[in-house]
Design a binder for this molecule. Structure first.
Ligand SMILES: O=C(O)C(=O)C[C@]1(C(=O)O)C=C[C@@H](O)C=C1
Length: 363
């Protein structure tokens, strides 16, 4: 017994010493970040402080150096928060996201920018775009595709009308829970609220566990969570953030039909992002309405061995834009082979807009 407590005392002393060292090192790092800010401002009075390519490099390096016992992602999450705090010292960053508070998009914004960023909920995707365009927020976060349900058309359409560029991406594992308030009669659940996408992602589970309950679609999971607070016979399907925000209980956890259910979000802003070493590029291309148009568009990618990661078609909204294709591929527009492909596509297309080259999601 006394041996154990001596061990415990010794270990805690060691932890105190280590914490002192970590504290000193984090402060030293924060001091460096402040100096970086002064260098940036001296070079350019309009300097941008947030550098996604550098952040991606820092996180990738930490993950590669890490040898446990914490896993690489966990370690990177700690460094994400350190960098978030360092960036806030340089310039507090405002991030608009598809709200309300408690949505998966807010979770994605925090995962990407860390807790020191100020996140601003917006009522709709085009409002996120407008907020960043107007300069009221520095960056925006919008969902773009879900692994189960496919593309989010509102986001693609917003890019057609906007000058916003893509500065990054973040992929979030989506876990849905069945949530109730403390006062809910769990054996009497007759109504379930959620966003239509979430209903679709949990369809099989609902069919087998709550076949009789009325499914009421609402504008967001967070709104569903808010509604059940006052209804003793209702439940909501929503995620961790909404559960925490509205202090709801979990009747069942991870009820999504596919365990790998994930959503990809885009970070939008006004800046062009330099190479990070592992990048993606997104384009929107309009082709003339003629046979072989899609083949002509894709052929240069194939010939230059550039890896396409996504291809979506949207109906055009003007005469010129007969077919509109959204294309994501691996590579950065500053790489010569990518530049060559873009030149060839430019010659074949009616219109082309590079939405951005940006680091592939790290976390
Ligand atoms: O390297 C920079 O440019 C910094 O500003 C430092 C730092 C960091 O904390 O590492 C902080 C914010 C940037 O987004 C990228 C990195």
């Amino acid at each position: 017994m006394s041996d154990t407590s001596t061990d415990l005392d010794e270990l805690r002393e060691r932890i105190d010493r280590i914490d002192g060292d970590i504290l000193r090192l984090i402060s030293e790092r924060a001091d460096c970040a402040q100096r970086v800010a002064r260098v940036k401002s001296a070079v350019d009075p309009q300097a941008v402080f947030y550098r996604p390519e550098r952040e991606a490099q820092v996180l990738r390096r930490i993950m590669a150096l890490n040898s446990g016992p914490l896993d690489a992602e966990e370690m990177a999450r700690l460094f994400r928060e350190i960098m978030s705090a360092c960036l806030a010292l340089e310039q507090p960053v405002k991030v608009a996201y598809l709200g309300p508070e408690g949505t998966f998009t807010q979770q994605a914004a925090l995962k990407h920018f860390g807790e020191s960023a100020k996140s601003l909920p917006m009522a709709a995707i085009d409002e996120v775009f407008r907020e960043v365009e107007a300069g009221a927020a520095n960056y925006g976060v919008v969902p773009v595709e879900n692994s189960t349900e496919g593309v989010i058309n509102h986001t693609l359409d917003s890019f057609m009308d906007s000058s916003m560029r893509i500065c990054g991406e973040v992929v979030l594992r989506i876990h849905h829970h069945l949530l109730v308030a403390g006062t809910t009669r769990k054996d009497k659940i007759s109504r379930i609220y959620s966003h239509p996408q979430s209903f679709a992602q949990c369809r099989k589970w609902l069919d087998s566990h709550y076949p009789q309950a009325e499914r009421v679609p609402v504008s967001s999971n967070a709104e569903a969570a808010r509604l059940v607070k006052t209804e003793w016979h209702s439940a909501a399907i929503a995620g961790d953030m909404a559960a925490k925000l509205y202090e709801l209980e979990r009747v069942a956890e991870k009820i999504e039909d596919r365990p790998d259910n994930s959503t990809r979000f885009l970070i939008i802003g006004n800046q062009d992002i330099p190479l990070s070493g592992d990048d993606k590029t997104s384009l929107v291309v309009a082709m003339r309405n003629q046979p072989g148009a899609l083949h002509d568009l894709l052929e240069p990618f194939h010939r230059h061995q550039i890896d396409l990661t996504r291809l979506e078609t949207r109906p055009s909204r003007t005469g010129v834009w007969n077919y509109v294709f959204f294309i994501d591929f691996k590579g950065h527009r500053d790489q010569p082979e990518v530049d060559a492909v873009l030149e060839e596509v430019r010659l074949r297309a009616a219109e082309i807009k590079v939405l951005g080259s940006y680091p592939q999601g790290v976390l």
